[in-house]
Ligand binder design. Structure first.
Ligand SMILES: [Cu+2]
Length: 416
């Protein structure tokens, strides 16, 4: 039984927008629409606030203490990671727009702005965490075509991955995975109706997020019946083709829990239905299945960019750690037609934001003990490869060194 929720978000279709303008609540996905822009372009964006009106109680004219949360229906928009002006009608977090107000943003992208994966979200002081936890976040993609620059045999600029990674002369398909942590609480106007678990509405309440006390600040994220969604879906399906490299643009658009992403293969599962897959994946979540969980094959994820920046070398890993706001671009190929589970494994720094690492560690490690090994976030449905002869995708050994660039580009393309 899924909970019904009433949250703030970005509408994805003009038809929904017209309804909303008429004062209605509308049904839409949890995640904001994808926005794409090219290097050198100006991104024009009209933000039109159709949230319900504020009152003197919810949004006082004079705020005594600006750190006191307030004005949850007053918004603005921040382009997370963009190298643009933070002033005027650009990425200016001091702008604020009340319900029924609208604003024309203009984000001027430099011709050398790094192509990559970014995201946008509400960023008004006093309401940011609450609005982002409602779902006010969406993917922001910068497309680019810069070639690597090499000087005296050294790469001085890595170039844009959009044109660097080719498979059989075509650019790889891509999937955006935007992770969100929607921290709603159930409510019912009848005070006699209470909820044993605050975020399990049991069909008699509606999930909302209306004050900061409801934001989970401490304690174990998973143990509180919370989920991290991918593209607005809880334990949703991703479709891919066997052995084909896809570029996964992964964005942590949540504010709460660090994600330790691991993709595990379920043996003999190629004929599993969605229900069977979710059941099979879920069986590995609890701590008493730790040994079995660890025995499952982990998929190699070939990370090519972090936080919008193309890396010098491909880094192959099985565990990808995302703190809130972080992005990873990775090339992933699924070698079998088995089902794969997308897990958030429990880390030793989990459930803490910016927790210091134990002495001597440079990256977070899997938690030695936890009630859960991992939480299931989604699953992958792999369609059989078109050609029978196809072998498992090779682990790429690529880097933006001169040799590699030379293999891919004729000399004149490399600007010295
Ligand atoms: Cu941000």
């Amino acid at each position: 039984l899924w909970d019904q929720v009433l949250l703030r978000g970005y509408l994805t279709k003009p038809s929904l927008f017209d309804k909303k303008k008429a004062g209605e609540y509308v049904e839409d996905q949890l995640v904001g629409p994808q926005i794409r822009v090219k290097q050198g372009e100006t991104m024009a964006l009209n933000l039109n606030n159709q949230l319900p009106p504020e009152s003197e109680t919810t949004c006082p004219t004079h705020v005594e203490n600006v750190n006191e949360p307030h004005c949850f229906n007053t918004i603005n928009l921040h382009t997370h990671g963009f190298w643009v002006s933070p002033q005027g009608n650009s990425d200016n977090v001091f702008l604020k727009f009340k319900p029924q107000e609208k604003f024309d943003y203009q984000f001027k992208m430099e011709p050398n702005h790094p192509a990559g994966t970014y995201w946008y979200h509400a960023h008004l002081h006093g309401s940011t965490a609450l609005q982002v936890s409602n779902g006010m976040a969406g993917p922001l993609i910068v497309e680019g075509s810069r070639t690597p620059k090499v000087k005296n045999g050294k790469v001085t600029s890595t170039g844009d991955m959009d044109i660097l990674w080719k498979e059989k002369n075509s650019y790889p398909n891509e999937n955006i995975l935007l992770f969100q942590q929607i921290q709603y609480r159930c409510s019912n106007p009848d005070p006699n109706i209470t909820f044993a678990v605050p975020n399990n509405c049991e069909g008699v309440g509606i999930g909302m997020l209306e004050n900061y006390n409801d934001l989970s600040i401490s304690g174990f994220w998973t143990n509180q019946n919370y989920y991290t969604s991918i593209n607005g879906k809880i334990v949703g399906e991703m479709k891919v083709e066997q052995n084909v490299f896809n570029r996964w643009r992964m964005i942590h658009g949540g504010v709460r829990d660090t994600i330790g992403l691991i993709i595990k293969e379920i043996p003999d599962s190629s004929k599993f239905t969605a229900e069977q897959t979710i059941k099979a994946c879920s069986a590995y979540q609890e701590a008493d299945k730790k040994a079995e969980f660890e025995k499952l094959n982990s998929l190699n994820v070939h990370t090519i960019a972090q936080d919008g920046l193309t890396m010098n070398h491909v880094q192959t890993r099985t565990l990808s750690v995302f703190h809130p706001g972080y992005r990873h671009d990775a090339m992933v190929a699924f070698p079998t037609t088995n089902r794969y589970c997308i897990f958030d494994t429990k880390l030793n720094i989990d459930d803490e934001i910016n927790a210091p690492l134990p002495t001597g560690q440079t990256t977070p490690q899997l938690a030695p003990t936890n009630l859960f090994n991992a939480q299931l976030l989604g699953w992958v449905n792999v369609k059989a490869a078109k050609t029978k002869a196809q072998t498992a995708a090779p682990v790429p050994e690529r880097s933006c060194t001169k040799n590699w660039v030379k293999q891919r580009y004729p000399d004149p393309v490399i600007s010295a």
